[in-house]
Write a protein that binds this ligand. Structure first.
Ligand code: PGA
Length: 234
């Protein structure tokens, strides 16, 4: 088995991951590289559409996605929760409210990721399925830029709770208490079905499955509001 392998001494691991996974995967890579110091890792961070394109072109060893694509012949497995929350500036009027309705949110100005973003897709679908449409004040190409714009009072936004990784003690951002939120999603590890994975890629796959639960749960717990399950969970 890969875990018994002494052979993973050197080699290259190419990963392509969606933007929310960059708050988690590099930490995990730290542990992985301690265990396998000879491995050279390359990490591409981009949005869903571009990760899917790289997957279709077979450019990397493994891919992290926020939702399985509908029409691709791939191996794909969930490995960790990726909940979406509504963020506002902590001095926003809604920050003090409880159980905010989705209808009420449609009166607010939203800051949205670019077309091709998986978060944007998930957010638009979530509201569309409930017959609601959001007012989009501005489109921004990065989660970090959105957080800064939220703090700057430009609007509110739906983002992954993982984007709060280093801001968990922030006094400037608030997670709003909204009905139906957090939207429960997962990260998925994917690769083309017919692809012969390298020994290094197999070692990472096994490592991810073993370690991500341990590291991930501890990690989400530090984020305000997590792992609180508001909708029927415990
Ligand atoms: P995105 O995907 O970077 O394409 O928005 C992130 C996610 O789905 O969590």
């Amino acid at each position: 088995l890969v875990s018994d392998m002494k052979g993973v001494k050197a080699g290259k691991l190419n990963l392509a991951i969606i933007t929310t996974a960059k708050y988690f995967v590099p930490r995990l890579l730290g542990l992985f590289c301690q265990r396998y110091p000879g491995i050279d890792v390359s990490l591409k961070v981009t949005n869903r559409e571009r990760v899917l394109q790289r997957l279709a072109d077979n450019q990397d060893d493994l891919y992290v996605l926020g939702a399985p694509p509908e029409d691709m012949d791939i191996e794909i497995e969930p490995f960790l929760e990726n909940p979406l929350v509504v963020l506002a500036a902590s001095n926003h009027a809604l920050a003090a409210e409880k159980n905010i309705s989705l209808q009420r949110l449609t009166e607010e100005q939203f800051l949205m990721r670019e077309q091709g973003s998986g978060i944007r897709l998930a957010t638009e679908q979530f509201f569309a399925e409930r017959g609601l449409k959001l007012k989009v004040r501005m489109e921004l190409g990065s989660n970090e830029a959105i957080k800064q714009a939220v703090v700057g009072g430009l609007g509110i936004a739906v983002l992954s709770a993982h984007t709060l990784a280093l801001d968990r003690d922030s006094q400037e951002l608030a997670i709003l208490d909204v009905q139906g939120f957090p939207i429960q999603r997962h990260w998925y590890l994917a690769h083309p079905k017919e692809k012969q994975l390298s020994v290094v890629a197999l070692a990472f796959l096994e490592f991810l499955h073993k370690e991500s639960k341990l590291v991930g749960e501890k990690y989400l717990q530090g984020i305000p509001g997590f792992p609180t399950r508001k909708n029927g969970g415990k």
